[in-house]
Design a protein around this ligand. Structure first.
Ligand code: DGL
Length: 261
């Protein structure tokens, strides 16, 4: 059985690249719900419905025993309900993991935390809620950065410095900055250059370690994973620009299959 990695778009490819580099023995299926991108600008009900349908496809058609929602926006809108209601009713012996709590665990120790994310992520206040449970005396200052996902999905890198400088200005006093969207590691270097004295938490750097840790604590899941080092890529819509970016990220010709879900 395989590991599924789900996101609305390129962010999941970044997570797939980081995870497969660290744990290349397993079999992976990436699914990007690109037809409905950007999730960050959509209503929670639609994000839940799409996330649930995509996870169903990964489990039913691709035989995934474990699906990682490599998307903050989808984790926030759908993870709890999927774990508590949908999964027990449909695939009780399989698992779905999200990305928010593992990210916050890496911020423990900081008192003054910054967060950038999609409009949906920031508006939900879920990072604040979860942080209170983990480390109640820390606080988060959040800034929605809605232009970044369209910029990343459309090769808009030349505009990134000006836009990021503006977005990051109110966060110049934070000790730790969480890049709370899986697309944002594309701008890691630039963000570190703009905030040289801030500890930057980038999800591509932490997710592989969290997965290694999870699998070591859950041998009942790990022992069901097949190990043929295969990687398959699916999207619900694709453009040449998307394919070019995927090829650049993986430094090879990635076969991207288009499916209707
Ligand atoms: N990559 C997704 C996240 O981590 C958001 C992208 C989108 O808006 O579709 O939140």
């Amino acid at each position: 059985m395989k590991i599924g990695i789900f996101d609305s778009g390129l962010g999941g490819l970044l997570m797939m690249r980081a995870i497969t580099a660290a744990l290349d023995q397993y079999d992976y299926v990436y699914l990007g719900d690109t037809a409905y991108l950007p999730y960050g600008a959509r209503l929670n009900e639609l994000i839940y419905e799409r996330t649930q349908k995509c996870i169903d496809w990964l489990m039913r058609e691709q035989n995934c025993v474990l699906v990682i929602i490599a998307c903050n926006t989808a984790t926030i809108a759908a993870l709890r309900q999927i774990q508590q209601e949908w999964l027990p009713a449909h695939f009780p012996d399989r698992r779905v993991l999200g990305i928010v709590v593992p990210t916050l665990e890496c911020a423990v120790g900081a008192k003054n935390i910054g967060l950038i994310g999609t409009t949906a992520t920031v508006a939900s206040k879920v990072y604040e809620e979860e942080l209170r449970k983990i480390t109640p005396n820390a606080k988060i200052k959040s800034v929605a950065t809605p232009l970044l996902v369209p910029l990343i999905e459309n090769n808009g890198d030349k505009y990134a410095r000006a836009i990021l400088s503006d977005y990051l200005a109110p966060l110049d006093d934070v000790e730790t900055l969480i890049l709370g969207c899986t697309h944002y590691p594309i701008y890691n270097d630039l963000i570190r250059e703009l905030m040289p004295h801030t500890n930057i938490i980038s999800q591509d750097e932490i997710l592989p370690l969290k997965l290694i840790n999870y699998l070591s604590r859950h041998p009942e899941i790990e022992c069901r994973l097949t190990q043929n080092s295969s990687q398959a890529f699916y999207v619900t819509d694709s453009t040449q620009g998307y394919i070019n970016t995927a090829n650049k990220l993986f430094d090879k010709n990635v076969i991207i299959n288009k499916i209707i879900i």
